[in-house]
Design a protein around this ligand. Structure first.
Ligand SMILES: Nc1ncnc2c1ncn2[C@@H]1O[C@H](COP(=O)(O)OP(=O)(O)OP(=O)(O)O)[C@@H](O)[C@H]1O
Ligand SMILES: [Mg+2]
Length: 144
C-alpha cells in the first residue's frame, strides 16, 4: 500500500490520522520521517486520540520515549538527540522493536538517527512541509 495525500490545514492532518488509525493494531512499528516542524508530533497527537487514548501527547525530544495508555500501550519515540544505534541500545530501546515481544505499537520520529536498530517496520509516513499549513503525506506499508 502507498498513499499520497496533500493536506491543506491541521483539520485535514487530523482527518488523515483518523483514517489511518483504522489500520493500526498491535504489534506494529510505524516510522514518521520529515524535517523539523514538518508535523510528525502533530500527526501522532491525532493518531493517539483516535486510537482511544486520553493521554496528553507531548514531544519526547528530551525524554526520548513517552508511553501512552489506552486499549494497548503506545510507545512514542523521538530519536533526534541520539546519533547511533549503539546509543539507542545503551538506553535499552532494542526491546521495544522486537515484534514477537511488542505488546503495543511504536511510533518513531527521527528513526534515521538510529539506523540498524529497527528491522521490522510496518509503515513509514513521510511528511513534507509545502507552506505554513500545507503538507504532503506519503504513507507506505511494508509487509514481511
Ligand atoms: N497541516 C498541518 N499538519 C501538521 N502540522 C501543521 C500543519 N499546519 C501547520 N502545522 C504546524 O506545524 C508544526 C509541526 O510541529 P511538530 O512538532 O508536529 O513537528 P515535528 O515534525 O514533530 O518536529 P520535530 O522534528 O521537531 O519533532 C506545528 O506547530 C503545527 O501546528
Ligand atoms: Mg516531533
Amino acid at each position: 500500500m502507498r498513499i499520497q495525500m496533500d493536506v491543506h490545514n491541521l483539520e485535514q492532518t487530523d482527518a488523515l490520522a483518523k483514517a489511518f488509525s483504522k489500520v493500526v493494531r498491535p504489534p506494529m512499528i510505524i516510522l514518521l520521517n520529515g524535517d523539523l516542524g514538518s508535523g510528525k508530533t502533530t500527526f501522532v497527537k491525532s493518531l493517539v486520540k483516535y486510537l482511544g487514548s486520553d493521554d496528553v501527547v507531548t514531544s519526547p525530544t528530551f525524554t526520548l520515549l513517552n508511553t501512552y495508555s489506552g486499549k494497548f500501550p503506545i510507545y512514542h519515540f523521538d530519536m533526534y538527540r541520539l546519533s547511533s544505534m549503539e546509543e539507542a541500545l545503551a538506553v535499552g530501546f532494542d526491546e521495544y522493536f522486537d515484534k514477537k515481544r511488542l505488546d503495543g505499537i511504536c511510533l518513531v520520529e527521527w528513526a534515521e538517527n538510529v539506523e540498524g536498530l529497527i528491522n521490522s517496520v510496518d509503515f513509514v509516513i513521510d511528511i513534507q512541509k509545502i507552506t505554513d499549513k500545507q503538507r504532503k503525506f506519503i504513507i507506505r506499508e511494508f509487509s514481511k
